[in-house]
Design a protein around this ligand. Structure first.
Ligand SMILES: CC(C)(COP(=O)(O)OP(=O)(O)OC[C@H]1O[C@@H](n2cnc3c(N)ncnc32)[C@H](O)[C@@H]1OP(=O)(O)O)[C@@H](O)C(=O)NCCC(=O)NCCS
Length: 280
């Protein structure tokens, strides 16, 4: 078996592999994922046969592993393990000492064997965009980006500028900010293509959640009219879960955040929606 970095000629294989796990990727989505970490996204091959993939994205000393997928007919032969080890080795070379990932609960033993420990649970939800009114929040302007990146660094626990600038550049109409006395206290962003989008990060300082969290969500839902929306919310906030249910979001399942070192990361009380399962 050899492992090499993913190239665009692998995209058709990856789209098919992901579809079998109900993950609908377009070539545009894959290009965005690979562009973040071109040297950190890997495919395993046996001769000509493609076996499976894994992706990473790094934010300074924090790194995220995602999209671990192996062809059904070739599972349980060590490919998944080798791909995760390759991702970890890559991140180590980039001085990432806090590797993290989201996994399905049934995969916990698999990742435990690789040194990961469980941290928090996250509820995955699916909804639909529609035209609705919103107030008190406005589209995130270029001028506000710097303030947003500083707030995100505090709340997420690492500098995600690379990710968030790219999302803002590609999806400006899906990014919103909330202000209290001219100070940025929350934001929401989205990314995706064609019919399906991830709504997140969705962040609001706890003190202001009653007033602004729902308005940020409304702005996001409005901007994704008719699109399918994937949103994953940490399981620590009943108010937020209830709001999502009110907007017809349906629970899809729980995923677990796991990490190799250090369980605390940022200020989870402020995180209402994560950026994505493969991005943190
Ligand atoms: C999860 C997934 C990537 C694992 O890929 P894989 O190639 O089967 O991974 P491995 O072969 O390294 O390990 C899988 C299991 O087979 C076992 N195994 C590995 N080599 C083996 C061998 N030669 N004989 C018997 N069992 C073996 C491992 O111990 C492991 O057991 P565990 O799951 O109980 O810990 C694959 O099942 C998959 O694509 N699933 C669907 C998508 C998914 O769930 N992705 C992970 C998101 S969290």
């Amino acid at each position: 078996m050899i492992i090499r970095t993913i190239k665009s000629l692998d995209f058709n294989f990856i789209i098919g592999l992901a579809a079998l796990e109900n993950i609908r990727y377009s070539k545009k989505d894959l290009k965005r994922i690979i562009d973040f970490e071109p040297e950190g996204c890997f495919i395993a091959l046996d001769g000509e046969q493609r076996l499976g993939i894994v992706t990473t994205i790094t934010y300074g000393n924090v790194g995220w592993i995602g999209n671990l997928l192996v062809e059904k007919s070739t599972r349980r032969r060590g490919t998944g393990t080798k791909l995760v080890k390759e991702a970890l080795e890559y991140m180590q070379k980039k001085d990432v000492n806090v590797p993290k990932l989201y996994c399905f609960p049934k995969r916990i033993p698999f990742y435990r064997r690789l040194g990961f420990k469980t941290e928090i649970n996250v509820q995955v939800m699916i909804g639909k965009g529609k035209k609705i009114a919103f107030s008190e929040v406005k589209q995130l302007s270029d001028d506000a980006l710097h303030e947003m990146l500083l707030l995100d660094k505090k709340m997420f626990g690492a500098d995600r500028s690379r990710l968030l600038c790219r999302l803002h550049q590609e999806f400006p109409k899906n990014c919103f900010a909330a202000y209290y006395k001219k100070k940025l206290i929350g934001y929401i962003m989205a990314n995706g293509s064609e019919d399906e989008f991830e709504l997140g990060p969705w962040v609001c300082l706890p003190k202001y959640q009653n007033r602004y969290a729902e308005q940020l969500l409304r702005a996001g839902i409005n901007s994704l009219d008719t699109k399918i929306i994937d949103l994953s919310t940490p399981l620590n906030n009943i108010m937020i879960e209830n709001i999502l249910v009110n907007y017809s979001f349906k629970k899809q399942g729980i995923v677990v955040r796991m990490g190799c070192r250090g369980s605390s990361l940022g200020n989870i009380e402020s995180v209402l929606g994560i950026a994505g399962l493969d991005k943190g």
